[in-house]
Design a protein around this ligand. Structure first.
Ligand SMILES: *Cc1c(COP(=O)(O)O)cnc(C)c1O
Length: 341
């Protein structure tokens, strides 16, 4: 049962203490047993490779208390496989995907009372991490790694309807180069985007949109979420690029769009096409869909919609995914993974 000493309606998106996290260590060529750990601090060698050379990756997933009281994780296997690809790219030992999902199950079961009640719009945010913890000063992969999953309850992002935002393109900074690390979920991509993000925020734009680093002619993605446009004739368009992170939200929304009879296109999107879209949105686990009503690039201001108008297709897509997550709509694709408590 959810704890009764938490004001679920007031929860935001931030750290809060829970019972424990789960951890496993890789050394001598194999993963050790999972262990539930109460202490939120970790002790590591000062020479750990994650600290010096960025051997670090992470994931972001959500679990929901559903209408019938069950707890379900949304598509954890997709995140497990994505972390496997990221780990291989950073020469870290991947956590086998089945073990990854088992660890999610165990840490959620141990923190069951922190899964927000159905009806509050909240969820349990799941943050897996994989870091090089072995000391490594000569540049080479570490000999020891730690996998951890922390969880925390988070509140409804929209407390009353979706809220469109303004985005900005800052041509002075790139997030990821072609064939770099843009398609894997490493902390370094966030470090690479923080400076531009702070500048954008300071100047009044909550999100930044990146163009491809090579030509600055094609749309890539927002700093922490994928790009999607709806054409005037109702097609779902999203960039195809080797430096965009394959978002599980985007993957799921493309299926939902097809289920709704829409045409889905994954292809290069020239910057000049943005002004033709009927709707633009940012896609990711934390918010699912953030409508974008205006995009600024230097003196070019593209107005996509009125500031407070949400395109009905975005609303429909959002409600469908949330409906599946909360067990209100039949889960025809088998996306919800039930956690046994
Ligand atoms: C995590 C992330 C996303 C969103 O992916 P989801 O799987 O939908 O949460 C998008 N872009 C970047 C750069 C990311 O790191």
């Amino acid at each position: 049962m959810p704890r009764n000493d938490i004001d679920w309606e007031k929860l935001g998106f931030g750290f809060s203490d829970v019972n424990c996290h789960i951890r496993a260590v890789w050394k001598d060529g194999e993963w050790g047993e999972f262990e539930l750990v109460k202490d939120p601090f970790i002790t590591m060698h000062i020479g750990a490779s994650c600290l010096h050379y960025g051997q670090e990756c992470f994931e972001g997933i959500k679990a929901f208390r559903q209408k019938d009281g069950r707890i379900a994780i949304f598509r954890p296997m997709e995140n497990a496989k994505r972390m496997e690809r990221t780990a291989i790219r950073c020469v870290m030992p991947p956590m086998p995907p089945e073990k990854f999902v088992e660890a999610c199950d165990r840490v959620i079961a141990a923190n069951e009372e922190f899964v927000p009640p159905y009806g509050t719009g909240g969820s349990l945010y799941i943050r897996p991490l994989l870091i090089g913890t072995g000391p490594q000063i000569g540049v080479a992969p570490a000999k020891e790694y730690t996998f951890m999953i922390m969880v925390m309850p988070v509140g409804a992002y929209y407390k009353g309807g979706m809220k469109p935002v303004r985005a900005v393109i800052l041509d002075d900074w790139d997030r990821a180069a072609p064939h770099g690390m843009g398609d894997v979920k490493v902390g370094g991509n966030y470090a690479a985007s923080l400076f531009a993000h702070e500048k954008a925020k300071h100047d009044g734009w909550p999100v930044e949109l990146y163009l491809d680093a090579k030509s600055h002619q094609f749309v890539e993605e927002f700093s922490t979420s994928n790009f999607m446009g709806i054409t005037k004739d109702g097609r779902y368009v999203t960039p195809d690029s080797c430096s965009v992170l394959p978002s599980v939200t985007n993957l799921s929304l493309r299926d939902v769009a097809r289920d709704l009879g829409m045409t889905v296109e994954r292809r290069p999107i020239p910057y000049t096409e943005i002004r033709d879209f009927a709707a633009v949105a940012a896609l990711g686990t934390a918010v699912v869909i953030t409508p974008v009503w205006e995009i600024t690039r230097g003196s070019d201001v593209i107005r996509i919609s009125d500031p407070d108008v949400v395109h009905p297709t975005l609303t429909k897509l959002y409600q469908t995914v949330q409906g599946i997550q909360y067990g209100e709509i039949p889960d025809t694709h088998g996306w919800c993974h039930e956690v046994s408590i």
